[in-house]
Design a protein around this ligand. Structure first.
Ligand SMILES: Cc1ncc(COP(=O)(O)O)c(C=O)c1O
Ligand SMILES: [Zn+2]
Length: 390
């Protein structure tokens, strides 16, 4: 990274919030949607004089690129740095010799969601918020619950659909309460919203919470730093797609700072049985409508079974379109095969959501849409906390 340069003392704050859609800028605040157009907001920094700091906690290493004005808002040990390495055996087997894998399954709760938990709790502390309501298909809430328990002054209320209870690992603790809703993830989110409004408690904004995305971004900054070249394609399994927005944000920042030589193409993968965004992409749409909604999503990749992609799709579409990427789906048997290949050839056992990302690369390479000379970075976003075998 660049040599440390003195920070501009006249800068009133470390970051502003900018609208991803209309580019309006606002002072830093606990606000998630653009007041002008309701678009997603993201923190933006003056990208000069940024340095990596030597520290065991990833958030301290990349502190300069985080929306925090003081290191004291961060708890230590919420996340760890994870390995990113070439995967030549799997790469050869699927026609992508330049395959690299980032193993986020080594995070404390076994998924990359610890990254978001770390930043969400730190940003809430920064704005003096000690209690919040949230919902997820399991991994985000599990990670958030762990981060909340690390701060004795915090309290959180989580909601989940009944089919997703097994994906949650939230100890029965008065400071982390899980309420099961008779319905899907979408119903649980609606119930969380009602509860937060009725009790006047801060509602976590999910995809629209820029703190989540800034935390997830660190997996990618670490990966870019570990690689000896800029990836041509970056791949992740998508549910709401906040991980991909995070990846794209990290790539934009590293490109502006001269840390990447070019913008990679972003490849987003869903499971065929629940792939509203992949369907919209295939149909050439820039927005999803009701016909794309899946009422009771089923599938192997439980972490990414989100039936309503409409609020997020336009952001994913523009990243895929702008970078020469794509939004695709992978079939159930291909998830099983990809998971087995990863285990046998690279010795890593991941969940089916992560396996979907590998299956997506395999399909694209077989179709000639990823060339054998391209460098492909796959974020293996997690492993199963349950025993669900191969
Ligand atoms: C293991 C895993 N991979 C990928 C995702 C994708 O999430 P998103 O697209 O919302 O970032 C999730 C979300 O819960 C997940 O748990
Ligand atoms: Zn806007």
């Amino acid at each position: 990274m660049h040599t440390p340069a003195p920070k501009d003392p006249s800068l009133p704050a470390k970051f502003v919030l900018a609208c991803v859609l209309c580019q309006s800028e606002f002072p830093a605040a606990l606000m998630y949607r653009c007041p002008e157009c309701a678009g997603a907001l993201e923190p933006r920094y003056a990208l000069t004089g940024m340095v990596r700091h030597d520290h065991p906690d990833p958030e301290q290493v990349y502190f300069d690129l985080l929306p925090l004005t003081s290191r004291d808002f961060l708890d230590s040990g919420v996340t760890v740095r994870t390995p990113c390495r070439p995967a030549p055996r799997l790469g050869e087997a699927i026609g992508v010799p330049g395959l690299w894998i980032k193993d986020e399954s080594q995070q404390p709760t076994r998924t990359t969601k610890d990254r978001l938990a770390s930043l969400v709790t730190a940003v809430l502390r920064q704005f003096g918020v000690k209690e919040f309501v949230g919902s997820s298909t399991g991994n985000s809430s599990t990670a958030l619950a762990r981060a909340v328990r690390m701060d004795p002054t915090m309290q959180a209320w989580f909601f989940c659909g009944k089919d997703f209870v097994a994906n949650h690992d939230i100890p029965d603790d008065s400071r982390t309460v899980l309420t099961v809703v008779d319905g899907s993830y979408v119903d649980a989110t609606a119930e969380a919203r009602r509860y937060a409004a009725a009790e006047d408690i801060h509602l976590d904004a999910g995809f629209f919470n820029w703190a989540r995305r800034e935390g997830l971004k660190l997996a990618y900054l670490e990966a870019f730093d570990a690689m000896d070249r800029t990836p041509d394609v970056v791949v992740q399994a998508v549910s709401s797609g906040m991980g991909m927005l995070a990846a794209h944000k990290g790539a934009r920042e590293y490109l502006a700072m001269g840390e990447l030589s070019h913008m990679p193409a972003f490849l987003m993968v869903q499971e065929e049985s629940c792939a509203p965004a992949a369907r919209g992409w295939q149909e050439g749409r820039t927005e999803l409508s009701d016909v794309h909604r899946i009422e009771n999503p089923r599938g192997l990749a439980t972490a990414i079974l989100l039936g309503d992609g409409a609020p997020y799709y336009r952001y994913l579409h523009s990243i895929a379109a702008d970078t020469g990427g794509a939004i695709v789906s992978a079939a159930r048997p291909d998830l099983v095969t990809a998971r087995r290949m990863l285990s046998e050839l690279e010795g890593i056992d991941v969940c089916y959501a992560s396996a979907a990302a590998i299956a997506g690369v395999r399909d694209r390479a077989a179709a000639g849409l990823i060339r054998p000379d391209e460098t492909v970075l796959v974020n293996l976003t997690g492993r199963s906390r349950m025993v669900d075998g191969l």
